[in-house]
Write a protein that binds this ligand. Structure first.
Ligand SMILES: Cc1cc2nc3c(=O)[nH]c(=O)nc-3n(C[C@H](O)[C@H](O)[C@H](O)COP(=O)(O)O)c2cc1C
Length: 155
């Protein structure tokens, strides 16, 4: 199985999380690609010659503004609305980064992607991993721990 991690970030934490997963989960995937969401569209979910059942997507997305996706994720997020297409072939997970200091919009960026992907028929594997910047946890280590369990569930 090949893992593609799509990164939405403003200040780099989500990117560090994705890179940690790329380094520490190599034994659980045939390949792990990290791709910034900058300039992406819904076409990123086209299998592009890969066997669909071999591909797994991980949305790794921070929250900014008031529960919004980061600026670099807005093209992709908007494209899911403006160019909607059935994504029944897409299997994905979500790592949502946020801060409980914003209780009403906690992890809103990742949650927004999740809701939109579900609307388009994509299949989420497992529950969201919500990482709280105010909790004092080691964000990268927690993400790797979650991702290892998540990847181990894959058939
Ligand atoms: C200006 C600003 C607004 C934020 N708004 C929210 C928010 O509405 N909800 C939330 O859960 N976290 C919010 N956060 C927290 C970030 O999502 C969190 O710090 C995250 O780890 C940042 O990831 P990044 O470095 O990849 O951008 C906000 C942070 C900043 C600086």
């Amino acid at each position: 199985m090949k893992l593609k991690i799509l990164v939405g970030t403003m200040t780099g934490t989500a990117e560090s999380v994705a890179q940690s997963i790329q380094m520490d989960c190599t034994d659980l995937a045939a390949s792990i690609e990290v791709q910034s969401m900058d300039g992406l569209s819904v076409a990123v979910f086209d299998a592009q010659g890969e066997a669909e059942e071999d591909l797994l997507y991980l949305i790794c997305c921070a929250t900014h503004g008031s529960g919004d996706v980061p600026d670099n994720a807005s093209d992709l997020y908007d494209s899911l609305d403006l160019e909607p297409r059935y994504l029944g072939h897409v299997r994905y997970g979500v790592i949502a980064l946020g801060d409980q200091c914003y209780p009403d919009t906690f992890c809103g960026g990742g949650k927004k992607f999740d809701a939109r992907l579900l609307d388009l028929g994509a299949q989420r594997i497992g529950e969201l991993c919500c990482l709280d910047a105010s909790s004092g946890i080691d964000t990268e280590a927690e993400a790797v721990r979650w991702c290892r369990q998540w990847l181990a569930q894959q058939p």
